[in-house]
Design a protein around this ligand. Structure first.
Ligand code: F6P
Length: 537
């Protein structure tokens, strides 16, 4: 079964949404609150200790009713079945999309090309844990008999962003291992890191599904040369680990088969952190925490497959996103986590959302005439309040925001936590309510400011309000909650791709630049002192 190929613009629901947009576009979010005392209750979802508040959006019951019909019309539930069932929904690469299977902890079988892959996944996971446990416990020794103290993850894109974001997010649960990430081909990056490393106690994890990526292979080769020179040995097999789907290439590189962990072609790079590609996470936080991470994501998988529409977090968030992108012409979405530990979440989501849904050809090979993926950006709160929030409050663009907060702090400092969350709540309310002319004038009057000055200042101090946001409040930054959070966004991406009638799991758009860079290097023998000759040729 392939994915349905339905132009959303040709559905009745899309036409209904257009009419509905005209009906409600002049109503504000505050108006909806004023006229519905149950709005918070009916436009929020409680999933265990997770609260998802989507009441601060320019939507009403009818908006959701039409979106639910749209989901039926575009056959979303059939698509979900195909996704979890291992159908080859990545049609342009003829692959299944099974990051949900690699995190599975259930005993259900999943047959792909005649083979039960769940057994295989479990065996591989056990192999990863056996190895990571040995490194963490200090049983695993480097070539000179010393314990490993530093791990360097060498990878880029999905082979870097996910492991890096999660390792940072779960820093509180980290063991003694010192974890570093190298991604960029920028030689200054790698050389400045190598200066700090002791080859006898460092383990390099080369993560590359294709094992063909220029950045990763160049960095890997540079590290290998440095290692051999520094140690005067060729003990590569003790200090290099590979995660890849290209076992010939990992062998050519010199990595022994017992240090090679396969990545399957049915796990996309940007969704691979749950698989052996997440080995750096398992090294950083240990087996139990890694299992918790998988468990949290699996809870959301089940929720996504079974919860009814209004209670279904990924479905509701996805469709609200479509509402702003396609009806309100919003071009971006800001992601603002109120914990410094999630500061890399926006960068991680930039790849997973935009590499997936930044497409303009539909599932029938035709150019489409509507918007797809928003531009994803953001930074941690409260830092971002002192950077780009001015633009969100008073700029000319409509920017829906996702606020992500945690009730409890990790170190138990409630004074800071209260201030942190008061800021989050303050922003949600300020965005929604704004401040009108009367309020501004009254405030200035109360400060005994003279009339001329009040007249001058008032327009600058008005906040239009009616700025939409979603808020997710988790209990604490735990492996389970980080697993839940990531899986919510993964399924949101899936739903949006289905509605936009695009293929979310390929990334052909990254190829041309790579090809040209290779061509420039190979054929034109790049001369660094005359770059202008290449830029204009
Ligand atoms: O930039 C494109 C891309 O293919 C991403 O999709 C992927 O995550 C990244 O490169 C790294 O690829 P690999 O794991 O094969 O080195």
């Amino acid at each position: 079964m392939t994915l349905p190929k339905i132009n959303p613009l040709k559905t009745k629901s899309w036409r209904d949404l257009k009419n509905h947009f005209d009906e409600i576009k002049s109503y504000t979010i505050s108006y909806f609150f004023d006229n519905d005392s149950d709005r918070f209750e009916s436009f929020s979802i409680k999933f265990g200790d997770l609260l998802v508040d989507y009441s601060k959006n320019r939507i009403n019951d009818k908006t959701l009713e039409i979106f639910e019909k749209l989901a039926e019309e575009i056959k979303l539930d059939n698509a979900i079945e195909s996704y979890f069932g291992g159908e080859k929904i990545n049609e342009t690469e003829r692959r299944a999309v099974l990051h949900t299977a690699v995190r599975s902890q259930s005993d259900e079988t999943l047959i792909l090309d005649g083979i039960d892959i769940i057994e295989k996944i479990k065996t591989e996971r056990e192999r990863v844990f056996k190895f990571t446990n040995e490194v963490i416990s200090g049983d695993y020794l480097g070539f000179s008999g010393k314990k490993i103290s530093t791990i360097v993850n060498v990878g880029i894109g999905g082979s870097d962003l996910g492991p890096k974001m999660v390792t940072e997010a779960l820093k509180f649960y980290k063991n003694h291992l010192n974890i570093k990430f190298i991604s960029n081909i920028d030689g200054d990056h790698i050389h400045s890191l190598l200066e700090l490393l002791d080859p006898e106690t460092t383990l390099f994890i080369i993560v590359s599904k294709s094992f063909k990526t220029q950045e990763t292979l160049t960095n890997g080769e540079t590290i290998k040369k440095w290692f051999i020179k520094k140690t005067n040995t060729d003990a590569i097999s003790k200090h290099f680990v590979a995660i890849s789907n290209n076992l010939d290439k990992t062998k050519d590189f010199g990595i022994s088969s017992d240090k090679t962990f396969p990545m399957n072609d049915w796990v996309g790079g940007r969704f691979s952190l749950w698989s052996s590609a997440g080995i750096t996470i398992a090294l950083a936080i240990g087996q139990d925490n890694f299992q918790e991470l998988l468990g949290g994501a699996q809870e959301i998988d089940y929720h996504f497959k079974t919860a009814k529409f209004r209670d279904n977090i990924p479905k509701v968030l996805a469709l609200i996103g479509i509402w702003y992108t396609n009806f309100w012409n919003a071009e971006t979405e800001a992601i603002v986590p109120y914990t410094e530990y999630l500061r890399s979440l926006p960068a991680y989501l930039q790849q997973s959302v935009m590499e997936s849904n930044g497409k303009s050809i539909n599932r029938e090979g035709e150019k489409i005439n509507y918007q797809t993926s928003p531009i994803i950006w953001g930074a941690s709160g409260t830092n971002s309040q002192h950077a780009f929030f001015q633009h969100i409050h008073q700029g000319t663009k409509l920017i829906p925001v996702d606020f992500i907060g945690f009730r409890n702090s990790l170190f138990g400092n409630t004074e800071h936590q209260k201030k942190l969350l008061a800021n989050l709540i303050g922003q949600v309310n300020a965005l929604m309510k704004g401040k009108n002319k009367d309020e501004v004038e009254k405030e200035l009057l109360s400060k005994k400011i003279n009339e001329d000055e009040i007249k001058f200042l008032t327009p600058y101090k008005i906040f239009e309000g009616n700025k939409p946001s979603n808020t997710m409040i988790f209990d604490k930054v735990t492996p389970k909650n980080i697993g839940r959070l990531i899986a919510i966004y993964e399924h949101k991406i899936f739903v949006q791709g289905i509605v936009w009638n695009i293929f979310s799991y390929d990334q052909w758009g990254v190829e041309l630049g790579k090809e040209l860079a290779d061509e420039i290097l190979k054929k034109k023998n790049l001369n660094l002192s005359s770059l202008e000759n290449y830029l204009f040729s």
